[in-house]
Write a protein that binds this ligand. Structure first.
Ligand code: T4K
Length: 370
């Protein structure tokens, strides 16, 4: 227990010298925020990297969700998943929208499209799925349903930085997608996020909304908010963009090692890569079958902690069990059997670019030696 803790993640950091040079530039220009040159450059470079035409930077990954709902004027009820980080559902609540939880698919932990139609009511205006762990949702099926009922689709793609299906960015699907650049993510700007939209007009509108609604010096065209990314974070993000591919490849290698070592452990399952998908290996969830493994998920989780291996039970407890939401009809556990089951089995193993072979060996040995 004297070893250093192995956390679930570790942030990608640029070289301190490079960052210091950027800071010097910022000190000299004295432009700290409000669409400065680092901000402009990062928007352009990220749009290119992510293969999307229009991207708006934000100060975190929660405000683009809230802003997307405002921009699309979503009201009434929105169908969403309980198996996510709580920010997904909070964004609906902050807009006075009623979340309607729908169960997930056990093969991906994403919203199960086959369960969506039964949850649609005359008040439903949109669907908010999450590409959880960076695994792409069934975007085609979701779009078919949305088109049939005239619903908007806003993807919470907080985990899906750089994920592609058949060479196309997953962020191009739906009406809008959001990203998080939090320190714990594959790509970070300390804190940060983005909203991906599909046309210039909408980008303009989002840029107004994230700056109090100002269209110019004297005109406020909407009740906007302040969610602009500052120059320091943008500079940090520009540097991190240079090494993110390498970091994703390092994560890929960790995933290969985990899969090889854990494939024959009875009672432990995990996801394989999906065909034609460029994954980002943002998380490595394993699912513990108590009877077959001979230990409960929590027993393993606390045993790992004792050994200084700090996995996380993302996404337990389900959002639908939190006090704000548990009174909703759709939050009843009997309505969400698969999500409940998966949340009770999951442990996300440490997954990041800086895990050493010794770290990986230690993590695996805690799971293998019961
Ligand atoms: N939608 C989805 C689907 C999301 O997952 C999230 C965020 C959002 C929306 C909202 O995006 P943001 O507004 O956050 O940009 C973390 C993150 O705070 C959160 O961003 C993330 N999802 C969520 C899944 O995880 P915690 O409470 O688990 O983080 P924390 O502080 O316990 O960190 C985990 C481990 O990472 C630590 O044990 C050590 C390591 N770590 C963490 C930080 C913050 C570091 O090494 N350095 C650090 O700076 O929530």
């Amino acid at each position: 227990m004297n070893d250093k803790p192995i956390y679930v993640t570790s942030p990608l950091l640029p070289s301190l010298d490079d960052f210091t040079s950027s800071l010097k530039e910022i000190w000299e220009s004295k432009i700290l925020t409000n669409n400065g040159s680092f901000h402009k450059k990062l928007e352009t470079e990220l749009a290119t990297y992510l293969k999307v035409p229009y991207l708006c930077l934000f100060t975190n990954g929660t405000l683009p969700l809230i802003t997307a709902l405002q921009a699309l004027r979503i009201t009434g009820e929105v169908i969403t998943t309980p198996f996510s980080f709580v920010a997904t559902t909070h964004s609906l609540w902050w807009n006075g929208i009623k979340p309607v939880f729908v169960d997930i698919d056990p093969n991906t932990c994403n919203l199960n499209p086959e369960k969506i139609e039964a949850a649609i009511t005359p008040r439903t205006t949109a669907i908010m799925p999450v590409h959880v762990y960076g695994k792409p949702c069934d975007t085609e099926r979701i779009q078919e349903i949305a088109d049939k009922y005239g619903l908007k689709v806003i993807y919470d793609a907080a985990h899906a930085f750089g994920v592609e299906v058949n060479g196309e960015s997953i962020l191009k699907t739906g009406d809008m997608s959001t990203l998080s650049f939090h320190a714990t993510k594959v790509y970070n700007t300390l804190e940060g996020g983005a909203l991906i939209v599909h046309d210039e007009q909408t980008k303009k509108r989002i840029d107004y909304l994230k700056n109090f609604g100002f269209a110019n010096e004297t005109e406020v065209v909407a009740p906007g908010i302040n969610s602009k990314m500052d120059e320091v974070r943008a500079a940090f993000g520009l540097l991190n963009l240079k090494s993110v591919d390498q970091a994703i490849e390092a994560r890929h290698q960790v995933a290969i090692k985990y899969r090889t070592a854990l494939q024959d452990i009875t009672g432990i399952t995990f996801f394989d890569d999906m065909p034609n998908v460029r994954h980002n290996y943002s998380y490595f969830p394993i699912f513990v079958d108590e009877e077959k493994y001979g230990m409960t998920r929590d027993e393993l989780y606390f045993k790992m902690k004792e050994q200084n291996v700090w996995g996380r039970r993302y996404f337990y407890p389900l959002i639908s069990t939190f006090s704000t939401y548990r009174g909703l009809e759709s939050a009843r556990p009997e309505n969400l059997p698969i999500a409940t089951q998966m949340a009770n089995k999951v442990i996300c193993l440490p997954m990041h670019h800086a895990l050493t072979p010794e770290n990986i060996e230690k993590i695996i040995s805690v799971i293998i030696k019961k």
